[in-house]
Design a protein. Structure first.
Length: 188
């Protein structure tokens, strides 16, 4: 065994301990080339595709975000324009409602005045009719009273209807003639 150790020790002395043996270097280089080829052929394209996809997603995300921001800005401007338009329309509707209210109020005032005038005219005509009725009743009562008084004063009966009617009419005409100047002075 010692001879073997001596041979090994002699081999070791000729080779540098830092450097690996030549067959190890060759086989390591072959394996490294195979690994590099597999890596270059299969892994690197997939990794490049993933990186490109990520880059596209990032760029697309930025682009989509910019587009979404532009759409949001356009929607905001459209909303603001619609809101301003709605405010103008609301103001117009409010003004129209005020104007219609004023027109309705004016029409109601006119109708109320017409109704008031109609009621006053009806009341006036009713008063005139009642006045005429009262005057007619008073004339009749006054005529009978006058005939009764005349019969008492004269002492004779005025039972003849023609005489009575003529006397009553004459008496009432005289009374009307006396009443007109008094009414004319009261009116002035």
């Amino acid at each position: 065994m010692s001879a073997k150790l001596a041979v090994l020790a002699a081999d070791e002395t000729t080779q540098n301990p830092i450097l690996p043996k030549t067959p190890d270097i060759i086989w390591s280089a072959v394996v490294l080339v195979i690994i590099l080829a597999v890596f270059w052929k299969f892994v690197l394209p997939k990794m490049q595709a993933v990186m490109d996809e990520r880059g596209d997603k990032i760029e697309g995300g930025i682009k989509r975000a910019e587009e979404a921001q532009a759409e949001a800005k356009a929607a905001l401007e459209q909303y603001t324009a619609q809101l301003a338009e709605a405010r103008i329309e609301a103001a117009k509707i409010r003004d129209d409602a005020h104007e219609q209210g004023r027109q309705i109020l004016a029409e109601m005032k006119v109708k109320a005045q017409e109704e008031s005038d109609r009621i006053v005219a009806a009341g006036h005509s009713q008063l005139v009719a009642q006045r005429q009725q009262i005057i007619a009743e008073l004339r009749g009562d006054l005529g009978r009273t006058a005939v009764d008084l005349a019969e008492r004063v004269i002492g004779e009966s005025l039972s003849d209807d023609v005489k009575r009617t003529g006397s009553i009419d004459r008496f009432l005409d005289e009374l009307d003639a006396l009443g007109e100047p008094v009414a004319g002075k009261a009116g002035k």
